[in-house]
Structures are given as C-alpha cells and as structure tokens.
Design a protein around this ligand. Sequence first.
Ligand SMILES: C[S@@+](CC[C@H](N)C(=O)[O-])C[C@H]1O[C@@H](n2cnc3c(N)ncnc32)[C@H](O)[C@@H]1O
Length: 220
Amino acid sequence: MLAAVKGLLGHEALYVALQRAVGADRLRYRCLDELGLRDGDTVIDVGCGPAYYFGRLPRVRYVGFDTSPRYVAHARKRFGRPGAEFRCEIFGAEHLAELPPANAVLLLGLLHHLPDDASRHLLGVAARALAPGGRVISVDPTFHPGQHPISRWMSANDRGAHVREPERFAALAGESFAEVDGEVIDRLTRVPSSHWLMRMTAPRPGAELSAAAQAASGSA
Ligand SMILES: C[S@@+](CC[C@H](N)C(=O)[O-])C[C@H]1O[C@@H](n2cnc3c(N)ncnc32)[C@H](O)[C@@H]1O
C-alpha cells in the first residue's frame, strides 16, 4: 500500500498536490526567500523535479537538473523560457565549464535520495559551481531526538532511502564547505514533520574531488 502511494508520487501533478497539502511547499519558499536572490542572478537547481516553486524566484538565469523525464517535461512546459532551462541530466563536473558561476545552488529534497558517496560528489561539484559569495541550500527530512512520532514516521517512510540526522548531513557538507550551518524545522508544515535546512558557503579548495578521486590522486 505504502509502496503504491510512493509510486504515485512519480506523477508530477500528484507530487505537487501532496507537497502543497502537507505544507512542504512552505519549506521550499523559506529556502528561496532566505537566499535573497535578485534579477539576473544565476541559480542551479539540482533535483528540481516539477519545480513548482519556480514562480517564487525573481527573473534569474535558471538551470534545473532532474533524472525524471516526466518531472522535467512538466517543468519545461510550465516554466521554460529564455534563461530558464530544465535538463534531464545528472549535474556533474562536466557542466561547470558551460554554466556561469552560480549565486545559488538549490538542493531541495535531494540529498536524502542520495547515498553518501553520491552526496559527497554532488556537494563537491556544487561547491565548485558557486560564484564568489554564492551559497548552496538544502532541505531534507531528518531524524532528531524528541521528534513527534508522526514526524518520525514521515521521515522513516519517505521515498528517499537516505534520511539522516542533521550531524550526518552537516558532516558530508563540511567536506566541501568551510562554513556550514542549519536548523531543524518542525513547525512549518501542516502535518508533523522534521526537516534539516542547511546552508553551505565558503567552498574548500579541491572540493570537487570525491574521496575516491583524492585517494587515487594521492591528495587525500
Ligand atoms: C523530493 S524530489 C524534490 C523535487 C523538488 N526539488 C522539490 O523540492 O519539490 C527529489 C528529486 O530528485 C530527483 N533526483 C533523484 N536523484 C537525482 C540525481 N542524481 N540527480 C538529479 N535529480 C535527482 C528526483 O527525480 C526527484 O525529482
């Protein structure tokens, strides 16, 4: 039953409706609002999904990446315009040369879908994608002590198989960023849920190299 419900979320309209119903849209808006983006800024949105929050952005240069053809087609149809593109690709180091340095990289609801190695690699590439003063922001379900039982259930039964404690998200981010901070948000959604909102700045030199690549190059 639960698996069937999760499968239905691959349908973009149902996904967006559920996000709005539980109030997960508020978490996205909170992230976008605190970035304080301006017209002309460059934004890379990794795991953009249907990007239903796109209208909250000022007139930025926007590149969304997602692995779901359905989500990308939906986002492209609704929000595609000159300066706003949606790609059905995995964001990687090969994109850095062709994209302008980003004022913000959005990882909204993505890291809890990725295992540690893939998260590490993505965070490293995101760090390299930033313009001076640029920021990466993420928000994901989390586990924390004292969590409401319904919130714990929501985190445990999320579609993402890598829901982590805040410390584990922050430790991964700390490998690529010298400045990482965040907060648990558990009073913003309509149903009890707990999310870790994380801000990352000050990319570390060489952040794009995964641990494996560093080991292979002898620089680990
Ligand atoms: C929970 S959804 C979040 C979508 C959107 N950012 C939001 O906040 O509503 C996670 C998204 O990540 C995408 N995804 C999963 N792995 C990915 C990867 N390696 N690269 C890009 N997108 C990925 C999924 O297709 C899905 O659309």
